[in-house]
Structure formats: C-alpha cells, structure tokens
Design a protein around this ligand. Structure first.
Ligand code: PHE
Ligand code: FE
Length: 234
C-alpha cells in the first residue's frame, strides 16, 4: 500500500485505529461523524439499489460484516468487511471524496427514476471501485476494488497490459466492465476536486443520449481516447 495507494488513503488509514484487530464500527462511525459527517451501517451483504443509494445520499456507508477466505485474497466478486471497511472507509475522511460519494448516492436515486442505472454504475465502477489518480510520484490507486486486492493493486499501476485513460465522463459511461477479473481499462483523475467538478452537471441529457449509443467493450480502443502517458518529473 505505501507504494500504490493514494496519499489521502494512506493518511487516513491510521484513523481506523488498530488495523490488525476486528473493526469496531461504532468507534469509527463516531470518529467519521465528527470528521466529515459520515457514519457506518452494518449490512449482511448486497442490498437493494434504492436502499444503497438512500444510505449514501444521507452520508451513511453500508459495510458488510463477513470476511473472505484466505484463498480469495486476490479477487472476490461480492464485497466483504475487508473490502468495505479497509477499502471504502479511509477515504471518507477526505472532505471532497466524502462529498462525491454523497453526490453519487443522490445521482443513483435520480438514475433509478430515469432508468439509467446501468450507465451510472459504470461511473461508480471506474472511479470509486477502480479509479487511479496521478500524484507527483506517479500513478496511485484510490479505487476500493484495487485497494482491497492483493494482486490488482500492483497490476493497475505497473502492468503494461491495461489501457489507462484520462478521466472522461462520457467515455466511462459508455464503457462496459467485467466483475470477475482484473480490469482491462482504468481511468486516471488529477484530483478528487476534478472528479467532483466533472460529475456535477445534470446527467439527464447524457442518459438520453447514451441510451441510443452502443456500449464499448471493456478493452475497446476508441480512436480518440486520451491515453495516460505517465508522469513527467518537473
Ligand atoms: N450530476 C449527477 C446527476 O445529475 C449526480 C452525480 C454526481 C452522480 C456525482 C454521480 C456522481 O445525476
Ligand atoms: Fe466497493
């Protein structure tokens, strides 16, 4: 993690207390409430979309309470407490990220009404779960699916095989994803401020447009993609 996780994540990890121990939700919830007005809600597993979005919209993070088996450390398809707690919670101490996740919840409720959840889910996938951010020292992971994967955390930064593109809202909303293997494509943000700024516009017209356009395969090479070229040291 010191090598691949983003700065804000590493800075906040200490606030989880003893990371070798079983997490105490009440304790962290209280700390989070004081810090960014978020709190944790324990849930047994995946919950219905509208319930999930309503929690986020009210600054409540659903956290599952079961733990994966040792042989599943590289990839689990359903979130467990390791993913939810050690992955999602630390970044909630970051004020801009904290606001983004609430906005996402509000956006989810809206997307449900507009029948556009499939499109919005791609944004969640390519940012909150598998997002990369560029820092002065290079690429770093802020996506929780990356932070909780022993294998993909190094892969997403180091491997030559995946496509890495600069954040592009429309491109993301058209890009399909696979949930059962390492990602073929990643999107790189400059900052959480950029993420919040670029997702602020009303998505209603975008949903209408995208409903008529075909999706891109997870590994698609789309002519005018802005590929991420690495960091030039200054
Ligand atoms: N601007 C989005 C909308 O109109 C809301 C949103 C914000 C969705 C941030 C996701 C992330 O639906
Ligand atoms: Fe997750």
């Amino acid at each position: 993690m010191p090598r691949y996780a983003c700065r804000q994540y590493l800075d906040s990890l200490a606030r989880l207390g003893d990371v070798e121990a079983i997490p105490r939700f009440e304790e962290i919830s209280a700390r989070l409430r004081r810090s960014t007005r978020w709190e944790l809600v324990a849930v047994p597993g995946l919950i219905p979309d509208d319930v999930f979005f309503r929690h986020l919209a009210n600054r409540r993070l659903p956290v599952t309470d079961w733990l994966h088996k040792p042989e599943e450390a590289d990839y689990i398809v359903e979130p467990d407490v390791f993913h939810d707690f050690f992955g999602h919670v630390p970044l909630l101490f970051e004020p801009v990220y904290a606001d983004y996740l609430q906005e996402y919840g509000l956006g989810g409720l809206k997307a449900l009404e507009l029948d556009a959840l499939g499109i919005l889910a791609r944004l969640y996938w390519y940012t909150i779960e598998f997002g990369l951010v560029v820092e002065r020292s290079g690429l770093r992971a802020y996506g929780t699916g990356l932070l909780s994967s022993k294998g993909e955390l190094a892969y997403c930064v180091e491997s030559q095989s995946p496509r890495r593109m600069h954040f592009d809202l429309l491109r993301i909303m058209r890009t399909e994803y696979r949930i059962d293997r390492f990602q073929d494509s990643y999107f790189v943000i400059d900052s959480f401020e950029q993420l919040l700024r670029e997702t602020r516009p009303d998505f209603t017209p975008l949903y209408a447009r995208l409903a008529r356009l075909p999706g891109y395969a997870p590994d698609a090479d789309v002519g005018d993609d802005a590929l991420f070229q690495g960091v030039t040291e200054t």
